[in-house]
Each structure stands twice: as structure tokens, then as C-alpha cells.
Design a protein around this ligand. Structure first.
Ligand code: ATP
Length: 341
């Protein structure tokens, strides 16, 4: 059996069936990321695992033990919240040692564990400060440190970086990745952020409306999405999905189906230089991001397509262009949005 096993897990809030029979097997040491649109049930599923919400149906097993109805404190899990949830009047050291003290751990052992965690997280110089005297990123590291000292069986993270600015978010993300590499702890992480999901996860779980749409490695989801929903949820800018009739050059599209094209698989050429066979269109917007350029095109047939190229462009709004795609890079979906292979 897997290290953490969810079987038919259900959650109701009144009449709302928020979690609909989730089955999921997580192996020891895996880094699992839950993603999905707002309200799909990511946080609820994490809270059910943490024991912060009661499970209404199904079962939860951790390391061979049934913890479906175990209280949160008896599950051997540690949760790190978006809001940090630090004690404001306690020093960093006291915050990090609090749970161990409650557990009546030996003071010498507490000191050793806290100092070790502080070292891993670069918090040694701040141990005597209160959280108020720390930056957002440092506070988040204290919250992580508090979880580390307990050496739980599973770490649970609920959007831990969403209160940080972009630069700090990037740095802290790299720290979390290193931490996972060094500690090898089983981790479940909820995020809205594509880059966090793609870079941190061993496997991503895509949720929608309380159900799992697909589970796979980041590149499996990117290269072989099971359906149009996953295809458009993973990747930024999102995959172009257009009616097959717009692209007569792409064969084997199911009747009434759709073609999916990653923006990096679309080539745009000025109409005057375009080879024959391109899909004619007009540039609607050019976004220059420095390292890459996004070109938004309206085709004459009425489709909207975004292309991403790693070079700069001489194209401008209103320019006439031809669009080219390699049939080998096209994803095909049937009329219901399921991947056709
Ligand atoms: P977000 O990304 O916006 O945080 P989420 O995917 O984490 O969303 P949840 O917070 O798990 O979604 O919510 C799932 C569904 O359950 C939503 O429809 C939400 O309104 C509902 N819900 C969550 N908590 C409660 C609650 N305590 N009482 C009633 N309904 C709730």
C-alpha cells in the first residue's frame, strides 16, 4: 500500500458536495502539488488530510495506519499556512520550539533540533527576534522551520508563498525545492502558481469541481493532457484550443473536435515572406517580455491564436501574417474535450 492512501474521500458543506470520492496514492518522499481553479477543493482536500475538517466518507491511511477519524494532533503531519500563523509575542526560537516543548521533549534535544532547522533555513541570526522584526520571506521560513523540527511524516503546505512579492517568491520556491531534496520528506503543496507546480512537483494533481481530472508528472501533464481542461490549465500562456475546421493542415481531428497548440509550437511570419499554406491572419497585439515575445493573431477564419517565440519581432499591430503549425505538435480533442490519440 502507498505511504498515504486516500480512498473514496468525500466532504460535504451542507448540501454542497465539495470533495467527490477522491482516490489518490502518494508514495513516501513524493512532492505532490494540488492545482485547480478557485473553489475546486484544493484547500479542503488538504485540510481533510490534515484533520482540520471531518471526512464524511471514504478513508485515509498513513503509513499503514487508518487516520480517517484521528484528531489532527495525532496524525503526525505538519501544516504550513499562507498566513504563517506565528505567535507574535514569541521569539523565532520560541516559535520554532513551541510544539516540542508541548510534547515535553528534552530541552537539550529541543535546542539541537531548532538550531539545526535554523541552520538549514538560514535563520540562525534571527533566533532571538520576534516575527514583527522579520521580512515576509523570513517569517515564512520560520513557519517552515516550526514544521521541520517536528519531523512529521508528511508536510502540508497551503499556498505558502502567496503573500510574498515576486522576487522573494522565486527565492523561497528554490529554498523549498532544496529543502525537499535534502530532507526527502513527503510533501503535499497547494498552489495557484503554475511555476511552483511545474518546478516543485514530482506529480501534479489537477482538481476540478471536487474531482481529480488528471495525475501525472509535470511534463506528462504538459505533453499529454488527458483533456482540454488540463491542457488549458497547465502552461502559460495557455494552450490555444481551436475548432478543427480552422486548421485543415492538421489531419485526424475527430469530427466536431478541437486542435490544441502550445504557443511555442506556433510560428508567425509576415504575410509578404510567408511560405504557401499558412493560415492568414492579422496581428492584434505584440507583448515583448524581453527574453520572449508573445504575438496575438486573429485569423481570417475567426480564430484567436497566441504564438510565443524566443526572439524579438519586427511585427506590429495590424500587420498581415501567415500562421504555421507542425501537425506533429498538435493536440487533438474530441467534441467533448477528451484527448484523442
Ligand atoms: P481557492 O483556490 O479559491 O482557495 P480551493 O480550490 O482551495 O479554492 P476550497 O477552499 O477547498 O477551494 O473550497 C471548495 C468548495 O467548498 C468551494 O465551493 C467553497 O466555497 C466550499 N467551502 C470551503 N470551505 C467551506 C466551509 N467551511 N463552509 C462552506 N463551504 C465551504
Amino acid at each position: 500500500m502507498a505511504f498515504l492512501q486516500l480512498k473514496g474521500v468525500e466532504k460535504y458543506f451542507g448540501d454542497l458536495r465539495a470533495i467527490k470520492g477522491i482516490d489518490l496514492a502518494i508514495e513516501r518522499g513524493e512532492f505532490i502539488v494540488f492545482v485547480g481553479p478557485s473553489g475546486c477543493g484544493k484547500s479542503t482536500l488538504l485540510r481533510l488530510i490534515a484533520g482540520l475538517e471531518h471526512i464524511d466518507g471514504g478513508s485515509l491511511m498513513l503509513d499503514g495506519r487508518d487516520i480517517t477519524d484521528a484528531p489532527s494532533s495525532k496524525r503526525d503531519l505538519a501544516m504550513v499556512f499562507q498566513s504563517y500563523a506565528l505567535y507574535p509575542h514569541m521569539s523565532v526560537y520560541e516559535n520554532m520550539s513551541f510544539a516540542l516543548k508541548l510534547a515535553k521533549e528534552d530541552p537539550a534535544v529541543i535546542r539541537e533540533k531548532v538550531e539545526r532547522a535554523a541552520q538549514i533555513l538560514n535563520l540562525t541570526p534571527y533566533l532571538q527576534r520576534t516575527p514583527r522584526a522579520l521580512s515576509g520571506g523570513q517569517r515564512q521560513r520560520v513557519a517552515i522551520g516550526r514544521a521541520i523540527v517536528r519531523a512529521p511524516k508528511v508536510f502540508l503546505f497551503d499556498e505558502p508563498l502567496s503573500n510574498l512579492d515576486a522576487a522573494l517568491r522565486g527565492q523561497t520556491r528554490v529554498e523549498i525545492a532544496k529543502l525537499h531534496r535534502d530532507l526527502g520528506a513527503t510533501t503535499i503543496y497547494v498552489t495557484h502558481d503554475q511555476i511552483e507546480a511545474m518546478t516543485l512537483a514530482d506529480r501534479i494533481v489537477v482538481l476540478r469541481d471536487g474531482q481529480i481530472e488528471q495525475v501525472g508528472t509535470p511534463l506528462e501533464l504538459y505533453d499529454r493532457p488527458a483533456n482540454q481542461f488540463v491542457a488549458q490549465f497547465i502552461g502559460s500562456p495557455q494552450m490555444n484550443v481551436i475548432e478543427g475546421r480552422h486548421l485543415p493542415t492538421v489531419p485526424e481531428v475527430p469530427a466536431g473536435g478541437f486542435v490544441g497548440l502550445r504557443p511555442e509550437d506556433v510560428t508567425v511570419q509576415p504575410a509578404a515572406q510567408a511560405a504557401a499554406g499558412g493560415l492568414p491572419g492579422t496581428v492584434e497585439l505584440v507583448e515583448s517580455l524581453g527574453a520572449e515575445t508573445l504575438i496575438y493573431v486573429a485569423t481570417d477564419s475567426g480564430a484567436q491564436i497566441v504564438a510565443r517565440q524566443a526572439t524579438r519581432t519586427a511585427l506590429h499591430n495590424g500587420d498581415r501574417v501567415g500562421i504555421f503549425v507542425e501537425a506533429a505538435n498538435a493536440h487533438r480533442f474530441d467534441a467533448q474535450g477528451r484527448a484523442a490519440r
